[in-house]
Design a protein around this ligand. Structure first.
Ligand SMILES: *[C@@H]1O[C@H](CO)[C@@H](O)[C@H](O)[C@H]1NC(C)=O
Ligand SMILES: *[C@@H]1O[C@H](CO)[C@@H](O)[C@H](O)[C@H]1NC(C)=O
Ligand SMILES: *[C@@H]1O[C@H](CO)[C@@H](O)[C@H](O)[C@H]1NC(C)=O
Length: 351
């Protein structure tokens, strides 16, 4: 059921697509149905309607300094003029005192246009990652499209890394008793958040001399949102799969990319830029692929181009996984994913 496939160097990775669609509980079907209505309305009204409907589709939760599921949280303002904040997740396990903790900067998904660091969905996911990987997770409330187009979300990501690189970090209560290992920071993200993690990693790698403390030790891309004008085989074959469709994807890229740009813009179609040359410092990558995700061909291409450039990259496949499977607690691939993230973080820390 939950095979992990790591394609060996040189061989073309391929997914063994299961014959049947995975069983999705009715509660998830309802959620997916409502979410597809929201997306559809957003496509029609260019994002405006989503503000009124958001509380129904995207409930939020406050930060909580008391442990919930073994993790404490706190919201921290990074830049008051751009209204950028992060939610920080710290394991409450008392054994961590004095231990050097890895830091994972997380970018949530949602087509660049939906959700936030305080969305219940992402609060839960980051809490899980923090507990399982025993890491401090910094979840970025980046600016959303269509109001904020490319490259504002990437700029926000860099602003957060700069904040972590500065001495301001010492003034943060929730972190004051901890030893943070900025020498092995990880960037992680799902869907559009995976796209942001990739671009922020490249910007960091282009300017390594400008960073005092922050070193990237790895990036974790969970079903990252990449694209291009040409449709891939999997986009056509799996169009209409849960959560994601070509129609919504096309809208989301229009909402995010500069006016007049098409999906071959470097933000979406990252492959030519990687082929031209990827920075020496670009960190090892973990790429997570789902067998029912229409985006899977982009993921396999990403894996291949990095491999060809001699980068360390690991591909993990969940044959039954739909796009955004980790949002649904019933999807037991989520447990596997957490183990995978934990293993990747441990394997890529120099100590
Ligand atoms: C804070 O945001 C403002 C407005 O977006 C920007 O001009 C400035 O460079 C940011 N400051 C830092 C330290 O990131
Ligand atoms: C986080 O981002 C969302 C969406 O852009 C915004 O509505 C919310 O006000 C932000 N939260 C904070 C605390 O800045
Ligand atoms: C995981 O899900 C599959 C299919 O939904 C189910 O058959 C299996 O028993 C589940 N495994 C666990 C450990 O819950």
């Amino acid at each position: 059921m939950h095979t992990t496939l790591i394609a060996s160097m040189g061989s073309k990775p391929s997914l063994q697509v299961p014959m049947k669609w995975p069983k999705i509980p009715w509660t998830d079907r309802l959620l997916l149905f409502m979410f597809s209505i929201l997306l559809d309305l957003s496509c029609r009204f260019n994002g405006i309607i989503s503000c009124c409907l958001r509380p129904f589709f995207d409930p939020r939760t406050a930060a909580n300094p008391n442990p919930v599921s073994g993790v404490c949280t706190s919201d921290i303002t990074i830049n008051s003029s751009s209204n950028l904040y992060v939610r920080v997740f710290v394991p409450s396990d008392t054994n961590i005192k004095g231990r050097l903790m890895p830091v994972i900067v997380y970018f949530h998904g949602g087509w660049f246009s939906f959700f936030s660091a305080s969305s219940c969905t992402y609060d839960t996911i980051c809490r899980m990652i923090s507990r399982e990987a025993c890491a401090v997770v910094v979840s970025v409330n980046y600016s959303l499209a269509p109001k904020n187009k490319f490259p504002v979300a990437y700029d926000d990501g860099i602003d957060v890394l700069r904040f972590l690189d500065s001495d301001q970090i010492r003034s943060i209560d929730i972190l004051s008793n901890l030893e943070l290992d900025f020498g092995s920071c990880f960037l992680a993200g799902d869907s559009s958040g995976g796209n942001i993690a990739h671009h922020v990693a490249r910007r960091w790698a282009l300017s390594t001399q400008n960073w005092k403390k922050v070193q990237l030790a790895g990036i974790i891309l969970i079903q990252p949102l990449f694209g291009g004008e040409d449709r891939t085989e999997s986009e056509i074959r799996l169009d209409g799969a849960p959560v994601i469709s070509m129609k919504v994807g096309d809208w989301a890229w229009k909402a995010f990319l500069p006016h007049g740009a098409d999906r071959n813009h470097e933000a979406a179609n990252v492959f030519d830029a990687i082929k031209l040359g990827i920075e020496e410092a670009f960190p090892p990558a973990l790429v997570v692929v789902g067998g029912f995700d229409p985006l899977q061909d982009w993921h396999l291409r990403y894996y291949e181009v990095l491999k060809v450039k001699g980068k360390q990259v690991k591909l993990v496949e969940y044959p039954y996984a739909i796009h955004a499977f980790y949002v649904f607690p019933e999807y037991n691939d989520t447990g596997k994913l957490m183990e995978e993230i934990k293993g990747f973080v441990q394997a890529n820390r120099p100590i």
